[in-house]
Ligand binder design. Structure first.
Ligand code: ME8
Length: 507
């Protein structure tokens, strides 16, 4: 039986259409999911939308539609965006799905019945016109940070989750699972800033707005966002009603999230799961932020375009490649259209596209597009063949450490090496020399075989391009198991060379 791999993205707020930041997480998760599938795992890749809450209720009101109408439109757009980015999710969960709503109500009730959720009083600073609660530190000089009007201290009845009860067990789990939170720096931040000072019980219901999942045994309350949102990772698998998929895929192998919500995933979520008596996820990875021109991607600043504009202008794999390659995974990085263009030109057009096109064109010119490997080898072949032969293991190591950008760079390095190999072996000169025909065939075979192996290893990252290359090679050997040097068939008729990437002119 195949080993399973369950990977998730955050479920995003559909308060506005998604931007390149949301694409960033979703593309990386997609590449990891595709890589795991390639290497033989039974993968379950989930993404979705977090649709409840006051903010969405307000947005809908402003737009003069119901909250459900408001989010439906954004979700339709999001699914179109994921399609245009070749996102291969297995399940898209919406927190307005009936199954999710019913299952969250059952989770809430179970926690209440066993005493982990209790009724208390929530105190906060309230802005009446905005209908919003603020903490002392959020309300600047006693004024609402949104509208600038005065706030007043109010208290409302609310349910609380006993987070404090699980503090000790949580720290124990961290200690026993050193890879639970990555990068490591985020774990120390959690311990120092949130856990060691002491966990406070968490307010998990509200009565001040209504766009949420009603607490079924006390319907003036709606479930407050994080319990609703985090539960998505198990309600989608049927919890607590059906354990078939839970048995198959839980615990999650990787929750991939932006660094600002690591806290919820490594404190609230594990404590909820401990209370529910189910195993904790294996890993939470908090990646950095993509910034635009050094600043935050922000709707109010209007500093970003619809990601489809980049896809239409430069191609889906240019966008995927940029998201995966440009930023060391875990750090913050910058997004700029100029950098996207220059990355596409240097790596995809010059290194990859050029190599494939030159090689297949020469195979056509000198051998009518038919492969053979007479194995007239020279010392110079060894370095290339060794680097290709080691590539599978190196990429695997990098991917298991989630160093996605480095995995890609290793493949690029081999491709650059191959371009150099062409310059060193000078096939055009071999073609002119009597008696060098077999050497020439060997050189081309080595190049074509390198291209085959690299194309397979690139398939999780730039699937369309990988397919196009394998189609040009016309090879049947495209599996992960075929990644041993020498598996490219002989007497294979290649398909005609086609340009993969045109160099983009910089305006
Ligand atoms: O937080 N750079 O939803 P959200 C990198 N609903 N990643 C970015 C980004 C950027 N500039 N902007 C957004 C929520 N992201 C909750 C999650 S999960 C149970 C509930 C990505 O719409 C990144 O993954 O605010 C970040 O964590 C997420 O979008 C926030 O999405």
């Amino acid at each position: 039986m195949k080993e399973k791999f369950y990977i998730t993205t955050p479920i995003y707020y559909p308060s506005a259409n998604f931007h390149i930041g949301h694409c960033y997480t979703t593309i990386i998760a997609d590449a990891i999911a595709r890589y795991k599938r390639l290497t033989g795992y039974d993968v379950y890749y989930q993404t979705g939308t977090d649709e409840h809450g006051e903010k969405i209720e307000k947005k809908a009101k402003e737009a003069g539609v119901t909250p459900k109408e408001y989010v439906d439109k954004i979700i339709e757009d999001a699914k179109d965006l994921w399609k245009s980015l070749n996102i291969s999710y297995d399940y898209f969960i919406r927190t307005t799905d009936e199954d999710h709503v019913r299952r969250v109500q059952k989770i809430f009730k179970k926690l209440y019945d066993q005493g982990d959720i209790y009724k208390g009083t929530y105190e906060g600073l309230y802005c009446v016109p905005c209908e919003s609660f603020w903490t002392e530190s959020q309300a600047i000089d006693g004024k609402c940070p949104d509208c600038g009007r005065g706030v007043k201290l109010v208290s409302e009845e609310a349910y609380f989750f006993k987070l404090s009860k699980y503090q000790k067990d949580l720290v124990k789990y961290y200690d026993e699972h050193p890879d639970f939170i990555l990068p490591l720096s985020r774990k120390n931040e959690m311990l120092n800033n949130f856990i060691n000072p002491g966990l406070e019980d968490l307010c998990v219901s509200r009565t001040s707005f209504s766009w949420g999942i009603p607490v079924d045994f006390d319907p003036k309350h709606v479930v407050y966002v994080w319990v609703d949102a985090l539960s998505n990772y198990i309600t989608s698998l049927g919890f607590p009603e059906d354990d078939t998929l839970m048995k198959k895929y839980w615990p999650a192998d990787l929750h991939l999230v932006g660094k600002e919500i690591v806290r919820f995933h490594v404190i609230i979520w594990p404590c909820m799961l401990m209370a529910l008596g189910i195993p904790l996820p294996k890993q939470v990875f908090g990646h950095g932020w993509l910034k635009i021109d050094g600043g935050k991607i922000s709707k109010s600043l209007g500093n970003y375009k619809d990601p489809r504009e980049y896809i239409n202008a430069y191609g889906v794999d240019a966008v995927r490649y940029y998201a995966l390659r440009e930023v060391p995974f875990g750090s913050d990085g910058n997004f700029s259209e100029e950098a996207l263009v220059s990355r596409t030109n240097s790596d995809l057009a010059n290194t990859l596209g050029n190599l494939v096109n030159r090689t297949i064109s020469m195979a056509y010119k000198y051998f009518d597009g038919i492969t053979s490997n007479p194995k007239v080898t020279e010392e110079i072949d060894e370095e290339l063949i060794n680097s290709v032969s080691n590539l599978k293991e190196i990429v695997d190591e990098k991917m298991n450490e989630l160093h996605v950008n480095e995995a890609i760079e290793e493949i690029m390095e081999v491709l650059r090496r191959s371009n150099k190999y062409i310059d060193e072996t000078t096939p055009w000169a071999l073609a002119k020399e009597e008696g060098k025909k077999e050497r020439l065939a060997t050189v081309l075979y080595n190049l074509l075989e390198t291209i085959r192996i690299c194309a397979i290893l690139l398939s999780p990252f730039i699937p369309d391009t990988s397919n196009k290359i394998l189609e040009q090679l016309n090879t049947k050997n495209t599996s992960y198991e075929s990644l041993t040097f020498g598996n490219l068939e002989e007497n294979l008729k290649l398909n005609e060379p086609k340009i993969l990437f045109n160099r983009i002119e910089i305006k």
